[in-house]
Design a protein around this ligand. Structure first.
Ligand SMILES: CC(C)(O)[C@@H](O)C(=O)O
Ligand SMILES: [Mg+2]
Length: 614
């Protein structure tokens, strides 16, 4: 039977010093011997997705105490990708994932905690904590802050911007048909409440994925931050983690541990969900990283295979006008998993922190199953409050009906899929020998084949400036390079280039390829994570203006149509140059903190995790 890890600091004569200190934190004799649950709370006033989390650790802690454990809370950093977007701040976004993972490990191991509740939300926080959970492999439950409500529709110059969200605002800022007053109206409506931005952007995608992995409770991905129903997810996380502790430390039941829950089969289910819901391309990066941290044999080739067999069942903003509140009304993640299950596309040899098997999980929580629980029916009626607020759980509004329309509603069945391929695809070719990612759910199928001349840009900033100065011609393929994990460093998100292309009317007329990455809000013909990256000698570093580039989603292809002999010449010249595989004329100050990440960063196709042996 495994001992409580915390015994090291709570039992025996030599732990007297540690016990004195625990006592000074408020513990008493009766607490020694209870599982110590670390609550990693990512509360910060900087980020709307986290601004409401301050007191929520208390809800978890109380539930832990009632169930027989003892909770100790700490905080992590959280970068707001939207505020960090489009300037040097974005260089910190992806590396912050590793800082978060490390801080969770540091706190848990330094104090020998027995279990973990991760209160996460925005883009890098859930993945950082997921990496830590997979690394530590102690009983863990995830509970996120929940999605933001969508912004109310506004009509600008006779055109409805409906409903609004962060991306509507960014695109509107580059749309010359929208004047200052109109833009101000969109800006004021787009982000009305606390929570992670309202579309199927990165934060929500990852929080949905923890549900499919089995590490969070049903409803975690889609219940709004503002809804009273979300409180129960926090309390239940506290109860559940103590239950998991009892199973592991009390009965040697290994199935309570993250690596037993998030198995290869569970990773496949999580990516199947992602393909079905058209999640953010960042999920590919983060899932590959989590698999590595958990020593799960799950690679980009597995993701490619899943994308070929799992259809796209749902399109949510930025791929449509649906937002997370609509996904919720349609039954949330259990409903999508249920459709995959009925379509024979779900692995059934998995379990979750809350259910011993898929049948128990979905029979209870899938509102489209034969007899879902009353609890599930009630939960998925949770509706937006429609009032500007930064307070969690501030509305009890209910939808008058659920969306169970599997033919034309927010979540479709396999028979009525949008496309028979998944919402994400892995492309390969001479430009991406190790793979690249495209969100196919974000583009009409007739644009799945695109060919055009390259327009090379040595940074995100240069791309933004060229788009805003109207230097980009319809038909061109923008090549934004030296923005990879090591080259950027930190793989900036290209939300401004993609949103500004859209705002300038070029969203369907140009393609954009990069070794950087995208926001979950990016749409258009956008290929990211090109591996190997330019800074690592990838072919993308050899592209010249005017070269023909072809991409094809059906064929999963990304090619530079230049003769091999010419490319070999270019490579030899590059290798012999003074500053090989570095951007031309780019002045970007990089601090030592970022250089440390760049030095160790691996390629995007392996999750851009750090390799300390480099
Ligand atoms: C700011 C966003 C929309 O959160 C973006 O960073 C994303 O990745 O989705
Ligand atoms: Mg992001």
């Amino acid at each position: 039977m495994p001992h409580l890890r915390s015994r090291t600091t709570t039992h025996g004569r030599n732990a007297a010093g540690a016990r004195s200190l625990w006592r000074a934190t408020g513990m008493t004799d009766s607490d020694f011997g209870k599982p110590i649950v670390a609550i990693a709370n990512s509360y910060t006033q900087f980020v709307p997705g986290h601004v409401h989390l301050k007191d929520l650790g208390e809800i978890v802690a109380e539930a832990v105490a009632e169930a027989g454990g003892i909770a100790r809370e700490f905080h992590t950093i959280a970068v707001d990708d939207g505020i960090a977007m489009g300037h040097s701040g974005m260089l910190y976004s992806l590396p912050s994932r590793e800082i978060i993972a490390d801080s969770v490990e540091y706190m848990v191991n330094a104090h020998q905690a027995d279990a973990l509740v991760c209160i996460s939300n925005c883009d890098k926080i859930t993945p950082g904590m997921l990496n830590a959970a997979m690394r530590l492999n102690i009983p863990t439950v995830f509970v996120s802050g929940g999605p933001m409500e969508a912004g109310k529709a506004v009509v600008v110059e006779g055109v409805a911007q409906a409903p609004t969200d962060l991306i509507t605002t960014i695109a509107a800022s580059a749309n010359s048909a929208i004047d200052e007053a109109g833009l101000s109206e969109v800006e004021r409506s787009a982000c009305p409440t606390c929570g992670s931005c309202s579309g199927m952007f990165t934060a929500n995608s990852m929080n949905c994925l923890t549900e499919a992995l089995g590490l969070s409770l049903p409803g975690n991905g889609s219940t709004l931050a503002t809804h009273a129903a979300r409180r129960e997810l926090f309390a239940n996380a506290g109860r559940t983690v103590v239950e998991l502790c009892k199973r592991w430390y009390g009965s040697d039941d290994e199935s309570a541990l993250p690596r037993s829950i998030a198995t290869k089969e569970a990773f496949e289910n999580a990516m199947a969900l992602d393909m079905a819901m058209g999640g953010s391309t960042n999920t590919v990066l983060h899932i590959l990283a989590a698999a590595q941290e958990g020593e799960v044999d799950f690679t980009i080739s597995d993701i490619d295979a899943i994308g070929r067999r799992v259809p796209c069942l749902s399109k949510v903003a930025p791929n449509s006008d649906y937002h997370m509140e609509d996904v919720h009304r349609a039954g949330g993640i259990p409903a999508i998993l249920g459709e995959l299950y009925r379509g024979g596309l779900l692995n059934t040899d998995v379990h979750a922190v809350h259910a011993p098997d898929v049948a128990t999980w979905l029979n209870e929580w899938d509102i489209r199953a034969e007899s879902p629980s009353e609890k599930a029916l009630e939960l998925f009626h949770a509706a937006p409050g429609g009032v500007r607020t930064t307070k969690a759980f501030s509305t009890e509004n209910r939808w008058s009906s659920l969306d169970t329309d599997a033919a034309g509603g927010c979540i479709r069945d396999v028979e009525h899929a949008y496309t028979k391929d998944g919402g994400l695809a892995i492309l390969r070719g001479n430009l991406a020998e190790n793979g690249a990612v495209i969100k196919s759910a974000g583009i009409d199928e007739e644009l799945w084949h695109f060919q055009g001349p390259a327009r090379v840009l040595e940074s995100q900033e240069e791309a933004v400036s060229a788009i805003l100065k109207k230097e980009i011609q319809p038909g061109e393929v923008l090549v934004i390079r030296y923005e990879g994990p090591a080259g950027g460093p930190g793989m900036q998100e290209m939300l401004h280039p993609t949103a500004f292309l859209k705002g300038s009317g070029l969203g369907k007329k140009c393609a954009l390829i990069t070794d950087g990455r995208f926001s979950g809000g990016s749409s258009g013909i956008s290929v990211g994570h090109i591996s190997p990256e330019a800074a690592a000698g990838g072919l993308i570093g050899l592209v010249e203006n005017g070269d023909q580039i072809v991409l094809d989603v059906h064929e999963r292809r990304l090619e530079l149509l230049v003769e091999p002999e010419v490319l070999a010449e270019r490579r030899a010249k590059m290798d012999a140059s003074e500053r090989p595989w570095q951007p031309k004329d780019r002045h970007r100050p990089i601090t030592s903190a970022l250089r440390a990440y760049a030095r160790m960063a691996t390629s995007a196709d392996t999750g851009a995790v750090r390799d300390p042996s480099r």
